[in-house]
Design a protein around this ligand. Sequence first.
Ligand code: ZN
Length: 424
Amino acid sequence: MRALLAALLLSLSLPAVADTVAIRAGAVVDPSRGTVARDQVILVKDGLVAAIGADIVVPADARIVDLSHEWVLPGLMDAHTHLTLTEVTGDAPFESFYIKESTTYRGLRGLHNAQALLDAGFTVVRDIGNSADYAMQDVRRGIERGWFPGPTIIDAGKIIAPFGGQSHGMPPEQGRFWKYEYLDADGVAEIQKAVRSNIYYGAGVTKLVLDNGPYHYSLEELRAAVEESHRAGVPVSVHVYGGDAADTAIEAGVDSIEHGFFLTDVQLRRMHDKGIALVSTDFPRALLDVIGTSGGIFPEPEVLAPKIIDRLVRAHRIGVRLVFGTDIVMERAGSTRADLMFDYLAVWREAGITPMETLRAMTIDAAQLLRIDKARGRLAPGFAADLLAVPGDPLADIEVLRRVDFVMKDGRIIRQGPRAAAAR
Ligand SMILES: [Zn+2]
């Protein structure tokens, strides 16, 4: 009786997971090597890939997943999300989103978006700040506790910026309301404290804003951030468009430049030589038209759209490590965040980047920047069983990513059956 009860309890706490799952894959794409292997078997055990190959013996008790007509890929990653944030568009000031919504509400939106992304095959996201008062930390904790399915989340905590965060020209009597989104940090000592406080609350990346106002961080300040963060094993990413601020970021040895829309060839070459990644957030024109200048954060769409493609072409030619990141902070009726993220693929195509290179930026190169490349980003023995399957060859047409049929996260099946892509 006791054994029966124990078995019952076990089955309640661990639903529907066979010891070993054997996936029969029609083809497996390996962006880390740039190869495709046909008719593969992937054995999954304890959340990890136990074996992969054409001649794998399938254990008799394994649960079989038949994806023999599908193309299987490592789980996708987006290195620049703001899942708790939906910007108020139109004439509303940029700041309105963090005045009108509570941290709890923001956290619930973050969870909703995180689940939509996982359902679409994004098994890892790096949430890069603007998450109210550390809401994303709690979303991450809830997912890590197993309360909700969701992607692996690496989050930045609050964005570190010179006085004022990313707000502009607010009257002094409003107080420093941006402190719920940003840490004001001016001078080396304040920057060290800001980096430490984010890491204290669980940040897996340090995010700083460089050129969003008339005053930029100095080399000394930025070096302090990099040293402090790296000492804790946490990479540094900076919001920067170009100019002197980009020179400072490159010189200081940050891990990634976010956006970088106005980087010169000289700057891109230095990034390449120093191994600094570009998280290029290449907004499609249609999205730019909706978000406008984001209250003065972005240039006008007609200026920005051609710059984005030109910079992506040059970064690709120079060989900068490109990491896929989208920066979506808006909603579109009938679309999930994932649908909007897939809209970025067209920009990469227009820049002449091959599907395999794009997939690399969405998997192993993202994993390397996020410092998880020993555990995720490839389908190989010992790596997390994070994967998706699509019904066609993504190297022939990468848009097939919109039609994911199967998602597995840490060995758990998240979806099995076609995903209804947004109407297009
Ligand atoms: Zn952003």
